[in-house]
Design a binder for this molecule. Sequence first.
Ligand code: KIV
Length: 257
Amino acid sequence: MKKIKKIINKKNKSKIVCLTAYSKNIAEEVDKHVDIVLVGDSLGSVLYNYKTTRKVGLKEMINHSKSVRLGVKKSLMVVDMPYKTYDTKTLALKNAKKVLKETKCDAVKLEGGRKIIKQIKFLIKNKIPVMGHIGLLPQSVKGKFKSKGKNDKEIKQLIDDANLLEKNGVFSIVLECVKTQIAKKITQNLNIPTIGIGSSVHCDGQVLVTDDLLGLNETKIKFVKRFLNIRKYINMGLKKYASEVRSKKYPSKKHSY
Ligand code: KIV
């Protein structure tokens, strides 16, 4: 709870930094730089080439989260509840309890607003911290990914959902691909922080998929900025190893028993 309060207290003071991690070694490095580490179900497309996150199961999420837990020391750790694991409030509670117990994470994230408000309410009533997620919802998309907040109906739904989520106790809300002015308005309206992804600088924080920003995962999504070409460095190391094995430079006596 202390970590969650710390996140909420950042609102209007300093930006919240959030990134994904799917395993221990990356989590260790991510943890040094962020406030929130998210085990996102984006791991389905990033690691397993699934066409949609709908194919990601609870077992996969728990296994990756267990590994991430080993690397996260200081940040708040949030785990995505995968598709179909929170269809009813009792199912949501059963699965969220399992996720918390087995992964020792701090909170879970669920996609949706009013459609899943019963589940969110029930989790919070049972003392499970919840992060909301509105705007583009990858678990619900059929077909192309499109930005949200383009017409009056969408704008009203986004604003209503954000208010409803706050009223029911989520500690922050991810805004995915929400039009700049709407993300700004929602952020200004709420007392809890918004974490944007493709939703402009006006959000209280930002989240990206770590593999995307490091250039480990190839993607052409508009909101992704590639901050590093890590594959270049990986290839430098691997090339050197292969060359030394072939030239018998490695292993030398130093590396042999
Ligand atoms: O699955 C994920 O990684 C996410 C974020 C990118 C918001 O939900």
